[in-house]
Design a protein around this ligand. Sequence first.
Ligand code: UDP
Ligand code: MG
Length: 321
Amino acid sequence: MGEEKKMLSLVVPAYNEEAVLEVFYRETERVTARMDVEIEYLFVDDGSKDRTLSILREMAARDKRVHYVSFSRNFGKEAAIYAGLQNAVGDYVVIMDADLQDPPTLLPQMLEAVVKDGYDCVGTRRISRKGEPPVRSFFARLFYKLINRVSKTEIVDGARDYQLMSRKVVEAILSMGEYNRFSKGIFGWVGYRKQWLEYENIERAAGETKWSFWKLLLYAMDGIIAFSTAPLVLSSVLGFLFCIIAVVMTIVIIIRTCVFGDPTPGWPSLACIIIFVAGIQLFCLGILGQYLAKAYLETKKRPIYLVSEEVLGEKERLLDK
Ligand code: UDP
Ligand code: MG
């Protein structure tokens, strides 16, 4: 009896991906066929409204290494990643997008870095953003600059969720059971020895992106709130600053009144000041509210996702006992 082959689980979140699933499977098969490792596909259907689930059913019936979890509704990519990591049984796990923007051709190199070179995980980052609207790239860069300044956790610019990990890292990520999941931060937070691979941006094979500018903006804000409390400090600093300004202005006005008397003009500027300060107050209250809202959601301890249907491997059933 030889040593049992190690298993690599491919966790693939899929939301309305009927156009690319088969292509993804074919391309990945071509690469993994040459790799000396057993493969498990673990698709996570994130409440798709198209034929994604029926394609997954067909694929699972055809190939017993294809497993899937199907959510009761759309819970978002972060929840899909979490479900994938929870259900994957491989010794190594890699997270990949279904649209081939995470090139499977990198897999052999990634696996080697973990198996042979002793890394705990291998991350990938794109060094260009070609094919992306310039406005989006600009705000993305701004976001990374900002979040790295305010957060102690390093969040690498251009880092993808395409990452191959050893079991140890998977368990570490799963131990972070927070409801507000921001993977880019979580991956950095857990640490471990990590190698980075770089590649040029690749455009989606088919179908279209699920991220509107607005969705990305909210996601960015969630990320900052999840991995930094700097905005709260900002509101305290602003409050303090305005107190100082108010004191200085009062002194100036008292002196001016004593010297020049009290002519009444000046109310328009007063109105401006009142509105401005009220604005700052609402802004700070808003920041506070954001943290409170997140804390509120965390304390509810709602499940991160709900499953409506799943096909998992043998190993998983054994683990269940
Ligand atoms: N995705 C998901 N749930 C969502 C949105 C996206 O599971 O609510 C998946 C999607 O199917 C894809 C991956 O996340 O496999 C990345 O999404 P997309 O390609 O739309 O994002 P982009 O590459 O444009 O940032
Ligand atoms: Mg994509």
